[in-house]
Ligand binder design. Sequence first.
Ligand code: SF4
Length: 379
Amino acid sequence: MTVNLLDFDLDRLAVYCEQLGEKRFRATQLFRWIHQKGASDFEQMSDLAKSLRQKLAGVAEVRALPVLAEQASADGTIKWLFDVGNGNAVESVFIPEDDRGTLCVSSQAGCAVGCRFCSTGHQGFSRNLTTGEILAQLWYAEHHLRQRLNLAPGERAITNVVMMGMGEPLQNYSALVPALRVMLDDHGYGLSRRRVTVSTSGVVPMIDRLRQDCPVALAVSLHAPNDTLRDELVPLNRKYPIAELLDACNRYLETAPRDFITFEYCMLDGVNDTEAHARELLALLKGRVACKLNLIPFNPFPSSGLKRSARPQVQAFAKVLMDAGIVTTVRKTRGDDIDAACGQLAGEVQDRTNVQQRLTRQPIRIHATTGSSRQEKRR
Ligand code: SF4
């Protein structure tokens, strides 16, 4: 099998080039051709020594992911379905705004966390993506969009990346970190740390590792103001409860490129969206973690059994937090006519975890707002 050059950050590419008897600056040239210019044919790489081009031919390639489908929303959002083999496919979403272009990238085929409100979570888990498969989504989107949008040389289509597509990125850590490094590398995509966001459901030990290895902006899927409810909505909470998660967030802030953590909160009608929940959330976060709240209107899908909170409910919830000084935004729903909005990405997953049957068997239990917390139950 040929080596996929998309699997390498610049240091790894330099090692690979050394093995071929080439100096580091050759690796930098090659890296720039791939990521800055979107080249995949070595013959195109005109300033690379002919000898290196010949060495690479036949042993290495820039392995793009086949595009199975593309859908464009009326609001300009574009969703791609990429084939990652063996019946698995992952989705990426481009969200254009006036001042930025954001790409939402997948990290796994499926997801093992199984959040109740998430379409990916209902599909189960097949496998981790490789670094090359994570980067192939960005590589394709950036270079395809430059042509499609007719951008001037040097102009970028994608200014922000959010690791919020299919999968829990921190459960695919070893592939994630080199991919982030390529996004940040000035010879790669040159994105600032503030413009690359990893979103996690709360894998505490890996939040600590990311803090040391490659601190980028952090978003945490919170979705509940207490452990009892969060255990139901985000099953990973049973392993890493809220108190441990908030401590990890505070440690992360020591090296984070932004001075706040973004907490994502999916608004589920009658489940986590009352003003009492908002007050409980306020009591949990105020003075504990520097944060912003991002309220996400739930995007219903058939097997979820959940409903979107009514707009006045969302506004009342946000008001409780904002009146107390916590910056709270309500996420604009983008691309919901093509199932590209938050929590709707489904791709195609050959589930190896039976999560689908498990979630279908267990109807969600709705708890009283401040009822017995799990810690109380343990005592
Ligand atoms: S919300 Fe994220 S962590 Fe939870 S199931 Fe969906 S993809 Fe996985």
